[in-house]
Design a protein around this ligand. Structure first.
Ligand SMILES: Cc1ncc(COP(=O)(O)O)c(C=O)c1O
Length: 391
Protein backbone atom coordinates (compact mmCIF):
# COMPACT_ATOMS: atom_id res chain seq x y z
CA UNK A 1 0.00 0.00 0.00
CA UNK A 2 1.18 3.51 -0.72
CA UNK A 3 0.95 5.60 2.45
CA UNK A 4 -0.29 9.08 1.63
CA UNK A 5 0.44 11.69 4.25
CA UNK A 6 -1.52 14.87 4.84
CA UNK A 7 -0.71 18.02 2.87
CA UNK A 8 -0.18 19.89 6.11
CA UNK A 9 2.90 17.79 6.84
CA UNK A 10 4.65 19.76 4.11
CA UNK A 11 4.50 22.81 6.36
CA UNK A 12 6.24 20.98 9.20
CA UNK A 13 10.03 21.12 8.92
CA UNK A 14 12.17 18.33 10.33
CA UNK A 15 12.12 19.39 13.98
CA UNK A 16 15.29 21.40 14.60
CA UNK A 17 16.49 19.25 17.47
CA UNK A 18 15.89 16.00 15.56
CA UNK A 19 18.13 17.44 12.87
CA UNK A 20 20.79 18.42 15.41
CA UNK A 21 20.57 14.94 17.00
CA UNK A 22 21.18 13.40 13.57
CA UNK A 23 24.18 15.65 12.98
CA UNK A 24 25.49 14.71 16.42
CA UNK A 25 25.00 10.96 15.82
CA UNK A 26 26.78 11.20 12.44
CA UNK A 27 29.73 13.00 14.06
CA UNK A 28 29.87 10.47 16.91
CA UNK A 29 29.83 7.62 14.40
CA UNK A 30 33.05 9.13 13.00
CA UNK A 31 34.56 8.91 16.51
CA UNK A 32 34.16 12.60 17.44
CA UNK A 33 33.56 13.31 21.15
CA UNK A 34 30.81 15.87 20.60
CA UNK A 35 30.30 18.67 23.13
CA UNK A 36 26.56 19.22 22.77
CA UNK A 37 25.56 22.86 23.24
CA UNK A 38 22.51 22.40 21.01
CA UNK A 39 19.31 21.63 22.89
CA UNK A 40 18.35 23.54 26.07
CA UNK A 41 17.87 20.45 28.22
CA UNK A 42 18.80 21.09 31.89
CA UNK A 43 21.75 18.78 32.56
CA UNK A 44 21.56 18.65 36.38
CA UNK A 45 19.17 16.12 37.99
CA UNK A 46 15.81 16.84 39.58
CA UNK A 47 16.41 17.58 43.30
CA UNK A 48 15.95 14.60 45.66
CA UNK A 49 13.19 16.24 47.73
CA UNK A 50 10.98 16.28 44.62
CA UNK A 51 11.85 12.71 43.57
CA UNK A 52 11.09 11.50 47.12
CA UNK A 53 7.50 12.79 46.86
CA UNK A 54 7.05 11.07 43.49
CA UNK A 55 8.28 7.73 44.87
CA UNK A 56 6.07 7.92 47.94
CA UNK A 57 2.93 8.88 45.98
CA UNK A 58 3.58 6.41 43.17
CA UNK A 59 3.24 3.57 45.73
CA UNK A 60 -0.27 4.75 46.66
CA UNK A 61 -2.65 3.01 44.26
CA UNK A 62 -5.27 5.74 44.70
CA UNK A 63 -3.08 7.71 42.30
CA UNK A 64 -2.98 5.06 39.58
CA UNK A 65 -6.25 6.05 37.89
CA UNK A 66 -6.81 8.41 34.98
CA UNK A 67 -6.01 11.87 36.32
CA UNK A 68 -8.36 14.84 35.97
CA UNK A 69 -7.81 17.04 32.93
CA UNK A 70 -7.47 20.30 34.82
CA UNK A 71 -4.90 19.00 37.27
CA UNK A 72 -5.27 18.05 40.93
CA UNK A 73 -6.56 20.81 43.24
CA UNK A 74 -3.31 20.46 45.27
CA UNK A 75 -1.28 21.14 42.12
CA UNK A 76 -3.36 24.12 40.99
CA UNK A 77 -3.22 25.59 44.52
CA UNK A 78 0.57 25.18 44.52
CA UNK A 79 0.75 27.06 41.21
CA UNK A 80 -1.37 29.89 42.69
CA UNK A 81 0.84 29.93 45.79
CA UNK A 82 4.00 30.17 43.66
CA UNK A 83 2.60 33.00 41.54
CA UNK A 84 1.63 34.92 44.67
CA UNK A 85 4.96 34.58 46.44
CA UNK A 86 7.10 35.02 43.32
CA UNK A 87 5.20 37.67 41.36
CA UNK A 88 2.55 39.00 43.77
CA UNK A 89 -0.13 37.77 41.31
CA UNK A 90 -3.45 36.44 42.67
CA UNK A 91 -4.83 33.42 40.79
CA UNK A 92 -8.01 31.48 41.45
CA UNK A 93 -6.77 27.85 41.38
CA UNK A 94 -10.17 26.68 40.11
CA UNK A 95 -10.67 28.91 37.12
CA UNK A 96 -7.30 30.58 36.48
CA UNK A 97 -4.88 27.62 36.49
CA UNK A 98 -4.79 24.67 34.07
CA UNK A 99 -2.35 21.75 34.45
CA UNK A 100 -0.58 20.63 31.28
CA UNK A 101 1.67 17.76 30.18
CA UNK A 102 4.47 20.18 29.33
CA UNK A 103 4.04 23.75 28.16
CA UNK A 104 5.04 22.74 24.61
CA UNK A 105 1.70 21.01 24.04
CA UNK A 106 -0.11 23.97 25.65
CA UNK A 107 1.38 26.62 23.37
CA UNK A 108 0.92 24.33 20.37
CA UNK A 109 -2.78 23.71 21.09
CA UNK A 110 -3.75 27.28 21.97
CA UNK A 111 -4.29 28.43 18.35
CA UNK A 112 -6.71 25.53 17.89
CA UNK A 113 -8.71 26.80 20.85
CA UNK A 114 -8.87 30.43 19.72
CA UNK A 115 -8.42 30.72 15.97
CA UNK A 116 -10.51 30.02 12.91
CA UNK A 117 -8.91 29.24 9.56
CA UNK A 118 -7.62 32.49 8.08
CA UNK A 119 -7.21 34.29 11.41
CA UNK A 120 -3.77 35.72 11.99
CA UNK A 121 -1.47 34.71 14.82
CA UNK A 122 1.40 37.08 15.57
CA UNK A 123 4.61 35.34 16.54
CA UNK A 124 8.14 36.55 17.12
CA UNK A 125 10.83 35.80 14.55
CA UNK A 126 13.07 34.17 15.73
CA UNK A 127 11.03 32.12 18.20
CA UNK A 128 10.70 28.78 19.98
CA UNK A 129 10.27 26.00 17.44
CA UNK A 130 6.89 24.73 18.69
CA UNK A 131 4.89 27.88 17.91
CA UNK A 132 4.54 27.54 14.14
CA UNK A 133 3.21 23.95 13.88
CA UNK A 134 0.28 24.63 16.23
CA UNK A 135 -0.79 27.61 14.13
CA UNK A 136 -0.55 25.55 10.95
CA UNK A 137 -2.65 22.78 12.50
CA UNK A 138 -5.34 25.31 13.38
CA UNK A 139 -5.41 26.52 9.76
CA UNK A 140 -4.51 30.03 10.92
CA UNK A 141 -2.02 32.36 9.24
CA UNK A 142 1.28 33.52 10.69
CA UNK A 143 2.39 37.15 10.81
CA UNK A 144 5.80 37.80 12.23
CA UNK A 145 7.06 40.23 14.83
CA UNK A 146 10.73 40.80 13.94
CA UNK A 147 13.04 40.59 16.97
CA UNK A 148 15.89 42.92 16.12
CA UNK A 149 19.09 43.50 18.01
CA UNK A 150 18.62 47.30 17.76
CA UNK A 151 15.33 46.93 19.71
CA UNK A 152 16.86 44.71 22.39
CA UNK A 153 15.13 41.75 20.67
CA UNK A 154 11.70 43.04 21.81
CA UNK A 155 8.88 43.19 19.23
CA UNK A 156 8.04 46.66 17.91
CA UNK A 157 4.25 46.80 18.28
CA UNK A 158 4.05 50.11 16.43
CA UNK A 159 5.43 48.39 13.30
CA UNK A 160 2.50 45.96 13.03
CA UNK A 161 0.46 47.01 9.96
CA UNK A 162 -3.13 47.95 10.83
CA UNK A 163 -4.69 45.38 8.46
CA UNK A 164 -2.63 42.66 10.16
CA UNK A 165 -3.65 43.89 13.62
CA UNK A 166 -7.29 43.86 12.49
CA UNK A 167 -7.15 40.21 11.39
CA UNK A 168 -4.99 39.04 14.31
CA UNK A 169 -6.67 36.92 16.95
CA UNK A 170 -3.69 35.85 19.04
CA UNK A 171 -0.15 37.03 19.82
CA UNK A 172 2.48 34.64 21.16
CA UNK A 173 5.27 36.16 23.25
CA UNK A 174 8.15 34.67 25.22
CA UNK A 175 10.40 36.46 27.73
CA UNK A 176 13.06 35.75 28.86
CA UNK A 177 13.19 34.66 25.25
CA UNK A 178 14.28 31.50 23.57
CA UNK A 179 16.46 31.93 21.57
CA UNK A 180 17.23 35.64 22.11
CA UNK A 181 17.29 35.72 25.96
CA UNK A 182 15.53 39.12 25.89
CA UNK A 183 13.83 40.23 29.10
CA UNK A 184 10.54 42.11 28.90
CA UNK A 185 10.19 45.51 30.56
CA UNK A 186 7.09 46.72 32.48
CA UNK A 187 6.50 49.28 29.70
CA UNK A 188 6.63 46.64 26.99
CA UNK A 189 4.10 44.47 28.81
CA UNK A 190 1.76 47.38 29.45
CA UNK A 191 2.01 48.35 25.76
CA UNK A 192 1.08 44.74 24.93
CA UNK A 193 -2.03 44.93 27.16
CA UNK A 194 -3.07 48.18 25.47
CA UNK A 195 -2.46 46.74 22.00
CA UNK A 196 -4.45 43.63 22.89
CA UNK A 197 -7.39 45.72 24.08
CA UNK A 198 -7.22 48.11 21.11
CA UNK A 199 -7.27 45.27 18.57
CA UNK A 200 -9.08 42.50 20.45
CA UNK A 201 -6.10 40.14 20.35
CA UNK A 202 -5.56 37.42 22.96
CA UNK A 203 -2.05 37.23 24.41
CA UNK A 204 -0.08 34.13 25.25
CA UNK A 205 3.10 34.69 27.21
CA UNK A 206 5.46 31.74 27.52
CA UNK A 207 7.77 32.11 30.52
CA UNK A 208 9.65 28.87 31.28
CA UNK A 209 12.98 30.67 31.83
CA UNK A 210 11.72 33.23 34.36
CA UNK A 211 13.99 31.92 37.13
CA UNK A 212 17.21 31.76 35.09
CA UNK A 213 18.27 35.41 35.30
CA UNK A 214 21.72 36.89 35.85
CA UNK A 215 23.48 40.00 37.15
CA UNK A 216 20.65 40.79 39.58
CA UNK A 217 17.93 40.85 36.89
CA UNK A 218 14.46 39.61 37.94
CA UNK A 219 12.10 38.45 35.19
CA UNK A 220 8.53 39.72 35.20
CA UNK A 221 5.39 37.68 34.85
CA UNK A 222 3.11 39.08 32.14
CA UNK A 223 0.28 38.59 34.66
CA UNK A 224 1.84 41.25 36.92
CA UNK A 225 0.87 43.85 34.34
CA UNK A 226 -2.38 45.71 35.16
CA UNK A 227 -5.14 44.35 32.90
CA UNK A 228 -3.09 41.33 31.73
CA UNK A 229 -5.57 38.77 33.02
CA UNK A 230 -8.32 40.38 30.93
CA UNK A 231 -6.41 39.71 27.74
CA UNK A 232 -4.14 36.75 28.18
CA UNK A 233 -2.58 33.69 29.71
CA UNK A 234 0.93 32.73 30.71
CA UNK A 235 2.55 29.33 30.22
CA UNK A 236 4.98 28.08 32.80
CA UNK A 237 6.74 24.84 33.42
CA UNK A 238 8.57 22.80 36.01
CA UNK A 239 10.97 21.62 33.28
CA UNK A 240 13.51 24.40 33.59
CA UNK A 241 12.74 25.83 37.04
CA UNK A 242 13.14 22.54 38.91
CA UNK A 243 15.19 20.54 36.38
CA UNK A 244 12.21 18.33 35.52
CA UNK A 245 12.11 18.30 31.68
CA UNK A 246 11.40 14.57 31.44
CA UNK A 247 8.52 14.75 33.92
CA UNK A 248 6.30 16.73 31.51
CA UNK A 249 4.71 18.91 34.14
CA UNK A 250 3.58 22.44 33.32
CA UNK A 251 0.62 24.78 33.56
CA UNK A 252 -1.10 27.77 32.06
CA UNK A 253 -2.61 30.54 34.16
CA UNK A 254 -4.48 33.78 33.73
CA UNK A 255 -7.66 34.49 31.75
CA UNK A 256 -10.30 31.89 32.69
CA UNK A 257 -12.15 31.97 29.35
CA UNK A 258 -8.99 31.33 27.36
CA UNK A 259 -8.02 28.53 29.75
CA UNK A 260 -11.48 26.96 29.46
CA UNK A 261 -11.16 26.95 25.65
CA UNK A 262 -7.67 25.44 25.82
CA UNK A 263 -8.89 22.93 28.40
CA UNK A 264 -11.67 21.85 26.05
CA UNK A 265 -9.22 21.16 23.21
CA UNK A 266 -6.74 19.28 25.35
CA UNK A 267 -9.38 17.19 27.17
CA UNK A 268 -10.40 15.86 23.76
CA UNK A 269 -6.91 14.88 22.70
CA UNK A 270 -4.68 14.35 25.71
CA UNK A 271 -4.89 13.51 29.39
CA UNK A 272 -4.09 14.94 32.78
CA UNK A 273 -0.65 14.39 34.24
CA UNK A 274 0.12 11.27 36.38
CA UNK A 275 -0.97 12.37 39.87
CA UNK A 276 2.27 11.51 41.69
CA UNK A 277 4.11 13.77 39.21
CA UNK A 278 1.66 16.60 39.98
CA UNK A 279 2.07 16.08 43.72
CA UNK A 280 5.86 16.11 43.43
CA UNK A 281 5.62 19.30 41.36
CA UNK A 282 3.29 20.79 43.97
CA UNK A 283 5.93 20.07 46.63
CA UNK A 284 8.47 21.86 44.43
CA UNK A 285 6.22 24.90 43.93
CA UNK A 286 5.31 25.09 47.63
CA UNK A 287 8.89 24.53 48.77
CA UNK A 288 11.91 26.81 49.19
CA UNK A 289 13.27 28.48 46.07
CA UNK A 290 16.93 27.70 46.89
CA UNK A 291 17.18 25.27 43.97
CA UNK A 292 16.17 27.71 41.17
CA UNK A 293 18.45 30.35 42.74
CA UNK A 294 21.36 27.89 42.80
CA UNK A 295 20.70 26.98 39.16
CA UNK A 296 20.60 30.64 38.08
CA UNK A 297 24.00 31.20 39.75
CA UNK A 298 25.34 28.11 38.01
CA UNK A 299 24.12 29.24 34.56
CA UNK A 300 25.61 32.67 35.17
CA UNK A 301 29.00 31.09 35.96
CA UNK A 302 28.74 29.03 32.79
CA UNK A 303 27.80 32.12 30.77
CA UNK A 304 30.81 33.97 32.17
CA UNK A 305 33.18 31.12 31.30
CA UNK A 306 31.85 30.66 27.76
CA UNK A 307 31.36 34.29 26.79
CA UNK A 308 34.72 35.41 28.22
CA UNK A 309 36.43 32.51 26.43
CA UNK A 310 34.80 33.27 23.08
CA UNK A 311 35.44 37.00 23.43
CA UNK A 312 39.15 36.19 23.80
CA UNK A 313 38.87 34.53 20.38
CA UNK A 314 37.41 37.75 18.95
CA UNK A 315 33.77 36.55 18.77
CA UNK A 316 32.28 39.77 20.29
CA UNK A 317 29.57 37.78 22.03
CA UNK A 318 26.27 39.26 23.24
CA UNK A 319 26.28 38.27 26.93
CA UNK A 320 22.75 37.12 27.90
CA UNK A 321 21.03 38.41 31.03
CA UNK A 322 18.78 35.35 31.28
CA UNK A 323 17.93 31.84 29.99
CA UNK A 324 20.35 28.99 29.30
CA UNK A 325 21.26 30.43 25.91
CA UNK A 326 23.83 32.67 24.31
CA UNK A 327 22.27 34.24 21.21
CA UNK A 328 24.97 35.96 19.26
CA UNK A 329 26.17 36.81 15.78
CA UNK A 330 28.08 34.29 13.68
CA UNK A 331 31.62 35.62 14.17
CA UNK A 332 32.41 35.49 10.45
CA UNK A 333 30.47 36.11 7.24
CA UNK A 334 29.37 32.46 6.89
CA UNK A 335 25.70 31.48 6.88
CA UNK A 336 24.45 30.16 10.26
CA UNK A 337 23.86 26.59 9.05
CA UNK A 338 27.28 26.35 7.35
CA UNK A 339 29.04 27.74 10.40
CA UNK A 340 27.31 25.23 12.70
CA UNK A 341 28.28 22.31 10.43
CA UNK A 342 31.89 23.47 10.22
CA UNK A 343 32.14 23.95 13.99
CA UNK A 344 30.88 20.39 14.51
CA UNK A 345 33.19 18.89 11.91
CA UNK A 346 36.34 20.75 12.95
CA UNK A 347 35.89 21.33 16.70
CA UNK A 348 33.36 18.65 17.69
CA UNK A 349 31.13 21.35 19.23
CA UNK A 350 27.41 21.26 18.41
CA UNK A 351 25.42 24.50 18.55
CA UNK A 352 22.12 25.57 16.95
CA UNK A 353 21.89 27.64 13.76
CA UNK A 354 19.86 30.82 14.25
CA UNK A 355 17.78 29.95 11.19
CA UNK A 356 16.30 26.99 13.11
CA UNK A 357 14.23 29.58 14.99
CA UNK A 358 13.10 31.63 11.99
CA UNK A 359 14.48 33.39 8.94
CA UNK A 360 15.59 36.41 10.99
CA UNK A 361 17.92 34.06 12.86
CA UNK A 362 20.18 34.09 9.79
CA UNK A 363 23.55 35.43 10.86
CA UNK A 364 23.03 34.25 14.45
CA UNK A 365 23.77 31.13 16.47
CA UNK A 366 22.39 29.82 19.74
CA UNK A 367 24.73 28.18 22.24
CA UNK A 368 23.17 26.30 25.18
CA UNK A 369 24.81 26.55 28.61
CA UNK A 370 23.78 23.03 29.54
CA UNK A 371 27.18 21.48 30.24
CA UNK A 372 29.58 22.08 33.14
CA UNK A 373 32.14 24.91 33.14
CA UNK A 374 35.06 22.52 32.48
CA UNK A 375 33.35 21.22 29.38
CA UNK A 376 32.58 24.78 28.19
CA UNK A 377 36.25 25.67 28.64
CA UNK A 378 37.15 22.54 26.67
CA UNK A 379 34.73 23.69 23.94
CA UNK A 380 36.43 27.10 23.80
CA UNK A 381 39.86 25.44 23.62
CA UNK A 382 38.74 23.19 20.77
CA UNK A 383 37.19 26.14 18.94
CA UNK A 384 40.49 28.04 19.27
CA UNK A 385 42.58 25.02 18.20
CA UNK A 386 40.32 24.53 15.17
CA UNK A 387 41.09 28.11 14.09
CA UNK A 388 37.74 29.87 14.70
CA UNK A 389 39.63 32.96 15.87
CA UNK A 390 38.83 36.47 14.60
CA UNK A 391 40.39 39.87 15.00
C1 LIG B 1 10.20 29.02 25.10
C2 LIG B 1 9.87 27.63 25.47
N1 LIG B 1 8.59 27.32 25.73
C3 LIG B 1 8.22 26.08 26.06
C4 LIG B 1 9.16 25.06 26.15
C5 LIG B 1 8.68 23.68 26.48
O1 LIG B 1 8.80 23.39 27.81
P1 LIG B 1 8.08 22.12 28.43
O2 LIG B 1 9.17 21.21 28.85
O3 LIG B 1 7.27 22.64 29.56
O4 LIG B 1 7.23 21.51 27.37
C6 LIG B 1 10.50 25.32 25.87
C7 LIG B 1 11.48 24.24 25.90
O5 LIG B 1 12.60 24.33 25.46
C8 LIG B 1 10.86 26.64 25.53
O6 LIG B 1 12.13 26.96 25.25
Amino acid sequence: MKIETADRLRHFPVYLFDDLDNQKAAAQAKGIDVIDLGVGDPDRPTPDYIIDVLCEKARDDRHHHYPSYKGLPEYRKAVAHWYKQRFGVDLDPNSEVLGLIGSKIGVALLPMALCNPGDIVLIPNPCYTAYRPGITMAGAEIAELPLLEKNGFLPDLSAIPSDVARKAKLMLLNHPGNPTAALATPKFFSDVVKFANDHNIAISHDAPYSEATFDGEVALSFLETPGAKDVGVEFHSCSKVFNMPGWRCAYASGNGEILAALGKVRSNIDMGQFEPVQLAAAAALNGPMDHPRKMAKMYQERRDALCAGLDELGWKVIWPKATFFVWTRVPTDMKSGDFVKELLAKAGVLISPGTGFGALGEGYIRIALTVEVDRLKEAVKRIRDAGFVYS
